[in-house]
Write a protein that binds this ligand. Structure first.
Ligand code: NAI
Ligand code: 15L
Length: 265
């Protein structure tokens, strides 16, 4: 049993889901966000914090023995917004972790680090970065900071390139990218209890028949996703039109993100 797990971005879509699923997995869940976190339940402590504030993040990480780092900008936005939350935020988090005993970090990276790879390609951990926007670039920055802190200080991290984490796959692309909520939860538990983690990239996808990503380099962790998007094909076929082969959603692994403009505001 861990003593205290910190979840950043706890008011977001995945944060709200993991707040429920990780309940009881540590004596205390410390939940943080800039958005409203509601009321604390038993075994929870709420610590509002802006990730771009280095002093606040230093206090936030104190006394935690595991961190699930979800907080930040989660889609394509202006560089200024991404810079504050995803670049400075990650720097602040890793500096705080270094200062406070180097708790393991599950870093919520994204498939948008490799979004311009074609859907006909099969990728393993050696795949070249091909970000599909500044959001994807910021996740590459996060992965690089994690790598730096592992090599320099021994800070362990799981770099989870999440595909699409939703209750059910919602469209044809998600037959490959779907990451079930239960599989994400079991991965986090595995990461926190593995004898050795290092700084390991893990494709965040379920055991999908139609997957694009090979996790065999991470087999040493002993994690096995169990859900399969193929169980939902009939529902998708009944509700979602099949996209044309030249539409971004059917062409690139990052789907419609490859159609995003560079956003300036
Ligand atoms: P979300 O946008 O619903 O949640 C992100 C949370 O971060 C929000 O509650 C927001 O208030 C908070 N946040 C933003 N800026 C902040 C700051 N400066 N300081 C503190 N908190 C801040 O995103 P979601 O879907 O829950 O994703 C969680 C993480 O997983 C994100 O890092 C996202 O990039 C990553 N991810 C999610 C995927 C998915 O399928 N949901 C796919 C790939 C990656
Ligand atoms: C992501 O990185 C986003 O955070 C999420 O909202 C989804 O769009 C997901 O990727 C996806 O590619 O489906």
């Amino acid at each position: 049993m861990m003593n205290r797990i910190l979840i950043t971005g706890a008011a977001g879509q995945l944060g709200r889901m993991l707040r429920g699923k990780l309940r009881g997995k540590a004596t205390v869940l410390r939940l943080s966000d800039i958005a409203d976190l509601g009321e604390a339940a038993e075994g929870e402590e709420l610590v509002p914090c802006d990730l771009s504030d280095g002093d606040a993040v230093m206090d936030l990480v104190k006394d935690c023995d595991g961190i699930v780092h979800l907080g930040g900008i989660s889609v394509e936005r202006s560089f200024d917004l991404i810079e504050a939350a995803n670049l400075r935020g990650v720097y602040n988090l890793y500096e705080a972790a270094r200062h406070h005993g180097m708790p393991r970090i599950v870093f919520a990276s994204s498939n948008h680090t490799i979004g311009y790879h074609l859907q006909t390609e099969r990728l393993d951990h050696t795949a070249k970065y091909r970000p599909d926007g500044f959001y994807g670039v910021s996740k590459i920055f996060g992965e690089s900071v994690a790598s730096l802190y592992y090599d320099k200080f021994g800070q362990e991290s799981a770099l989870v390139r999440i595909g699409s984490c939703t209750p059910k796959p919602e469209n044809w692309r998600m037959l490959a990218t779907w990451f079930s909520e239960d599989d994400f939860t079991s991965l986090i538990e595995t990461v926190f209890h593995a004898p050795r983690l290092g700084c390991t990239m893990i494709w965040g996808a379920s055991n999908n028949d139609h997957g694009w990503w090979d996790n065999s380099h991470a087999a040493f962790l002993g994690w096995q996703p169990v859900d399969n998007s193929a169980d939902h094909i009939a529902e998708i076929a009944a509700t979602v039109p099949v996209p044309g082969p030249d539409e971004a959603v059917a062409k690139y692994q990052g789907g419609v993100f490859t159609d995003n403009p560079i956003i300036r505001d």
